[in-house]
Design a binder for this molecule. Structure first.
Ligand code: 2AL
Length: 242
């Protein structure tokens, strides 16, 4: 089985880190093909960057090599629905996957993320996916995404402290890590906190393997049907079909 793992930002170091986390959890027969857009921001920490990154995800899935499942590895799930129109494979966003997993492990969960300004993006996803009842709080740490590439003990301690405070304040039973760049910290934090800590990259890979193994893919019916044949102009020309 081949999983196309799309890092929506253009940090090659982060793509490599996410790929390593995915390979560590993937089944022996699963190949992880890690890609990133050919354009766009190095990290995604706001609406503008997310919009550009969504086009980058659409590009990568539209032009992808054959695959059995797709994982979009950024907590804003940029381009998730666009990707579902251009592949018949299952497509999982790490936020959507993490919310589902967390809601099966605790009655309430808290999200601990990077920059406070990204909290509203996660909040909107909670509403879009219908997790208002189980998501009890979303907390920024003001750690820039790219700082997670060289994550020292101080950064881990800040995330741990934010998670402890969130568990207390929100009366939550689980923590969702709100950035793909936190994947490598998941087991350390789970050990220290003593509650389920959910990394969306890992759960999305396992859900993707499960759905693909069941022969389940994205619906081709209705709004997830392939885009209509159309000429695209400018830099997007290779993404169209006449
Ligand atoms: C992210 C993420 O997962 N990748 C990225 O560039 N930004 N999410 C976040 N909340 O900061």
């Amino acid at each position: 089985m081949r999983i196309l793992l799309v890092n929506p930002n253009t940090s090659a170091a982060m793509t490599a880190g996410i790929a390593a986390a995915a390979r560590a959890i993937a089944a022996p027969g699963t190949e992880i093909l890690a890609v990133q857009p050919s354009f766009g921001p190095r990290s995604i920490e706001g609406h503008f960057e997310e919009t550009i990154a969504a086009a980058g995800v659409a590009e990568q899935v539209r032009l992808a090599a054959p695959h059995d499942a797709v994982v979009i590895a950024c907590f804003g799930d940029p381009g998730l629905e666009a990707a579902r129109e251009v592949t018949s494979a299952p497509v999982l966003g790490i936020a959507e996957a993490a919310f589902h997993a967390a809601s099966m492990l605790a009655t309430g969960f808290s999200v601990v993320t990077t920059m406070t300004r990204t909290c509203v993006i996660a909040e909107r996803l909670v509403h879009r996916y219908g997790f208002e009842r189980s998501c009890r709080g979303i907390h920024g740490t003001d750690i820039p995404v790219l700082d997670l590439e060289h994550c020292g003990p101080e950064t881990v301690a800040r995330i741990e402290a934010a998670a402890r405070a969130a568990l207390e304040r929100d009366r939550s039973g689980a923590i969702v890590l709100g950035c793909a760049g936190m994947a490598a910290l998941c087991s350390t934090l789970q050990q220290r906190l003593g509650v389920p800590v959910i990394d969306g990259v890992a759960v999305a890979v396992k859900f993707a393997e499960g759905l693909a193994a069941l022969g389940l893919g994205t619906s081709r019916h209705g709004d997830y049907a392939p885009p209509l044949p159309k000429v695209y102009e400018g830099w997007a020309a290779p993404l169209g079909s006449a």
